[in-house]
Design a protein around this ligand. Structure first.
Ligand code: DQA
Length: 138
């Protein structure tokens, strides 16, 4: 079975509690169980960390064997040369996703260290951004 992984960065463990007007009121675990069932032809793994180096380690771990990576590096998107370099270094294609439309928010969210190395970027569709990314691997 083809393996996908969703990797979420800092503060995304708080989805449903965190600024629900921006990020919605569904928890990621609830959403994940729905998409896992809907796309059961894929193995869909999930990893979340608030720690930059752990996100880089996970990209290295899966980045030569998995079929696809769906990455929301959250705030590190706008700051992390290290995560950008890791995305560049690995072979598995990475789709960068964001829940909110980062371009309609503060200027510092307009910059991404990931986008140049991603296969594609999906921004602003709420949790559906992740589902659209899964569909891109169909
Ligand atoms: C986010 C957007 C980032 O700017 C922010 O720091 C996040 C979440 C999103 O999915 O909309 O934590 O990546």
């Amino acid at each position: 079975m083809k393996k996908l992984i969703i990797i979420n960065g800092p503060n995304l463990n708080l989805l449903s509690k965190r600024e629900p007007k921006i990020y919605g009121s569904l928890s990621f675990i609830e959403f994940l169980s729905v998409v896992k069932e809907k796309y059961s032809n894929f193995q869909i793994d999930y990893f979340q960390s608030n720690i930059e180096g752990e996100l880089i380690d996970k990209l290295h771990e899966v980045g030569f064997t998995y079929y696809g990576i769906i990455l929301n590096s959250a705030a590190y998107t706008h700051t992390s040369v290290g995560i950008g370099d890791a995305v560049k270094a690995i072979e598995t294609p990475v789709i960068e996703v964001h829940i909110s439309n980062t371009f309609s928010r503060e200027k510092f969210r307009h910059k991404s260290y990931i986008s140049a190395h991603a296969k594609g970027v999906i921004i602003g569709f709420g949790l559906q951004s992740y589902e659209l990314a899964i569909q891109s691997f169909l």
